[in-house]
Design a protein around this ligand. Sequence first.
Ligand SMILES: [Zn+2]
Length: 1014
Amino acid sequence: MKKILVATLALSTCITMYAQKPYFQQFVKYDIKVKLNDVKHELHGYEEMEYTNNSPDQLTFIYIHLWPNAYKNNQTALGKQLTENGELNFHYAKDEERGYIDSLDFKVDGAAVKMEAHPEHIDICKIILNKPLNPGGKIIITTPFHVKIPSGKFSRLGHIDQQYQITQWYPKPAVYDVNGWNEMPYLDQGEFYSEFGTYDVHITLPKNYVLGATGDIQNNPEEIDFLNKKAEETKTISFYDKKKLDYPASSNESKTIHFHQENVHDFAWFCDKRYHVLKGEVKLPHSGRTVSTWVMFTNQYGNLWKDGIQYLNDAIYYYSLWNGDYAYNHATAVDGALSAGGGMEYPNITVIGGVGSAFLLETVIMHEIGHNWFYGMLGSNERVHGWLDEGINSANELRYNETKYPERTLVNSKPIEGIFDLSRYKQKAQYYLLYSFVARTNVDQPCEMHSADFTSINYGAIMYSKSAVCFDYLRGYLGDSLYDKCFRTYFDRWHFKHPQPSDLRATFEEISGKNLSWFFDDMIGTTKLLDYKINEVEKEGNEWEVEVVNKGDIAGPVLVCAVKDGKVVMQKWYEGFTGEKNLMFPMVDADYFIIDQPEDMPEINRKNNRIKTKGLVKKTEPFKLQFIGSLDNPERTQLFWAPAIGWNNYDKLMIGAALYNQVLPGKKLEWRAVPLYSVGSSSLVGNGSLFFHAYPEKVFTHIRFGGTFNSFHDYKVKPADHPLDAAPDRELRWMKANPEITFDIKKKRLRSPINQTVSLRGVYVKTQEIRTVYNTDLSGFTWYIGNKERMFYEAQYSLKNNRNIHPYDFSVRYQQGDNMSKLMMEAHYSITYSARKSINFRAFAGVFIDTTNAGPYRFRMSGWGPLGIGNHDYLYDHTFLGRSETTGLLAQQMVEQDGGFKIYSPVGQSARWLIAFNMDAELPFKNKWLSKVHIYADAGMCGEDGRGSESFIYNAGLKVAVINNFMDVYFPLLLSQDIQNYYEAVGLGYGNQIRFTFNIGRFNPSNITNMIGL
Ligand SMILES: [Zn+2]
C-alpha cells in the first residue's frame, strides 16, 4: 500500500510542476570523428558538442554520461545490477574483457574546464563551466576520447571477436528538463533518456567492414555502391551455411563514412565483415513517403533473416498507420550477438540477438523497429517510466501479431493444443498469463515504477506484459478508431520531445472526452486487481437484466457479451462501477452471458465471469479430466492426472496415478493425491496433500495452510529372522499426517534477496512394530504386530539471503513430542569464487531442553541414515530407498542432518548437546568430469551422555557430485581415531565407509518431482 501511495503522490507532484513551468528542451549538435581499431578492440575519437540552453535556468555545470565506464569494474551500477540479477560472468570477468572510456580533456569554447567525478558513479561526471550558461545561450564542448570496447557478452556495448556493437559509447550530456538534471548510470535493466539533437558522425574503419548506423550516409557514393553490391550478392544466396562464420582478414585500406541525422537522441553503429545485406523500401500510409529498409546478418541466422526486409516494412507500415508516420529516411536491423535481451533499439537501427524461429525473428524485429516511435521519436524517460516505451510498444506488438496472424494461437501447434487442452488460448494470452501469474501470487508491482526497482520477473511480467494487457483493454473500451486518434494526437504533439505520463493522460482524456483515472491511476499506477463477477441474468421486459458485481479494486469499464452457439451475438461496454449493478442488455437469443469473451480485460479471475440463461446449475463449468496438465481454463472444472511410479525396498515397485488440481497461474486451493499399488506388500500406499494459499497485504505476503499425508512400508519381517516361532511374513507400515502453516514475511523491497519464513507444524506418526507376548499356556512366545503412535510439534524461523555472491541462510527450530524437546540451529554460508563455483560451509548446534525421553531422539554426529527400525528420521521427512536396512548398499544412503558427518559411525551421539561444522569445496577445475569432484570435511563435538564422547571428532574426503546436492557419493580419506577404532572393531572395510545421498527431500507441493509421486 505504501508503494502505491508514493507512486500516486509522485504522479500528482509531476502534474503540478508542469502547471508551473512551461515545457522546454535542450538542444545538442554533435560532431564526432571516431576510428575503430579492430586488433586492440578500441575506439579513438574526438567529439564536439554544441549545447544550447533552452531552459529558463542559468547552468553552472553540465552532467556528462561516460557510459563505457560502466564496464570498468564489478562495483559500478551495472556491475552490481548484473550480479543482483544472477548474471555473474561480469563479476568474475577478466580485466581484458572489461571496458572503459578515458583520454578525456574537456574544453568549453576552447578553454579547459574542471571535470568533477560523480561521488557514486564512475560512468557520470560533471564539467564545471568557467562562466554560467544563460538561458538561450550556447557553448561548444569538445573532448578527445578513447574507448576500450568490452566483451559483448555482458550488455549492450561490446564486441564478439570482430563483430562490433558500438552503443552508449561517447561522452553525452544528461537530460536537463523541468525536473532538473536527469543524470543516471548505465544499467542493463533500465533504459535511457537523452537530449534530442543533430548528429554528424564520421566513422573510420577497415574498408571491407559492412557498417550499419543511425543516420543517412553523406556524400559517399562509393559506400552506397558497396552496400548495393552486397545486396545484389545476397539476393543470389539461397542457403546460408551456419558453419561458415570465419572472419575474413581486415583490409589494409580504411574508409571513412559520414552519417548525418536530425531529431534523434542517440547514435549507434554496428559492423561486421561477414554481414550479408538486403535492401527494400516501404511506402508510409499517411504521407505516402518512401522509407528505405536494410537488414544485415551473418550466416548464423541467415536462413531466417532472408525475409527480414518484409518484417521491417510491415512493422514500419503498421506502426505508422496506428501512431503516425515514420520520420526518417531509412531503418535498419542488424543481427548481433546481443547480451541484453532479444533485441535492442537505437534510432533508425536495431540489433537483434539469436532467435529460434522466423516468427520470433519477425516479432523481435517488429518490436525493436517499433521503438522508433516509443523511445525514438517519443523520447520519454525510460528509466523512470518504462511503461511509456516498453509497455506501449508491447501493446503495439500484440496488436501487430493479432492483425497479421489472426488465426495464430498461443502454442500454435494443433497436436500439443489437443493433448494439453490449450486451444482456447490466443497468442495474446502470453501477456495476460505472465501478468496474472505474478498478480495471483502477490509478487506483482505497479507498471509505473523505476526500472531498477522491478524484480527481474516483473520487469518482463509487469512493465512489458501487464502494460500491454492494460493498453489492449483501453483499446477494446475506446475502440480502434478513437484509440488511434488519441495516439496519433499524442504523437503529433510530442514527437521529437520528452513526454511525461501526465502528457499521455492529458491527450487521451481530452481526445476521448473520458475520465481515465481508473486506467492511469489504478491500472498503471497500482497493483490493484480487476475482477467483475456476473451474479444473475433475468428477462426484464424487453431487455436482459444482468447483475454484475465488482469484486476487485478497480472501477474500470466492463464488457458484457451474449453468446449463442459458441459465438458472441452481441457485446456491450459499460462504464466502470463499484459494488453491484444491474446492467440492461438488449434482448437477444443467448445461451449464456459472459464478461469479456474476447479477453481484452486483465480480469484476474475469469471463473466468475459466466452465467447460463437457462437451467438449474447456471454457474458450474463442465468437468474435465486432463492428462499431465494445462493452463487455467475458466470454462472447465479441471482435474489432472499423470501416471506415477515409485520404488522402495519394502513396497518394491509401486504403480498408480497422481491426481491433482495444481495449474498455472496459481490457485488458492491446491490438492493432490497419489494412490499407488505396492507390488511388494500387495496393498495400497501413497501420499497426498491439500494446501490453501492466502496473500495478505501486511506483515506477510503469502500464507500456506494445509497438510500432507503419507503411508508406505519400512520393514520386511522375514520368518527366518525369528526362528523360534512363526513370525508373520509381511511388511510393516508407517503412516504420517503433517498439518502445517507457513508464513512468508513481507519484504521491505521486493527485489531484496532476503526471504524470511515462520512455520508451524504437527507431525503425527503411526508405525507398526513386532511385539511378543508370553503365552499363557507357557508354550513360548507369540509374535504380533502392534501400533505405535507419536505426535510431535515443531516451530521454525528461517532467513535465507539468496544473493548471488556469498549467499547464506539461517534457521532455528524448536521441536517437542514424546517426552522430549530440543532446540536446533542450522546455518549455511557459501563463498562464491567464480561464476559457478563456491566453497560451502554449514554449522549446526542443537541442545535438549526436556531430556526425559531424549534417548531415541539423540543428536547424531553422523548424517542420518536408515539403520534399523527406529531409523534416524523419526519424523519421516526424508525419502529413503531402504528405510530400515542395516547392511548393504541401501544402508549407505544418508541425509545431511544433525552433525552431518559424511561417514557413518555411532561415535558422537548425545542426548544433551551437539555442535558441528561441515565444509564442501568445489574445485576450480573447468573440465566437466573433474569439476564433479569436491573436497569435504566435517568436525564436531557433543555432550557426554554415557554413550557419546566429549572429544572432538572429524572426517574428510572427496565427494563426487553425480548430480550435485541430489545424488552425491562420499569417499572418506581421513577419519579421527574414534571413528577408525569403530570400523576396526566391527571389522567393516572401506566399501562400507562410502555413503551416498538420494535427496528427494521433504515433500514440497511446488516441487514438480513430487508431482509424479516418486
Ligand atoms: Zn523493447
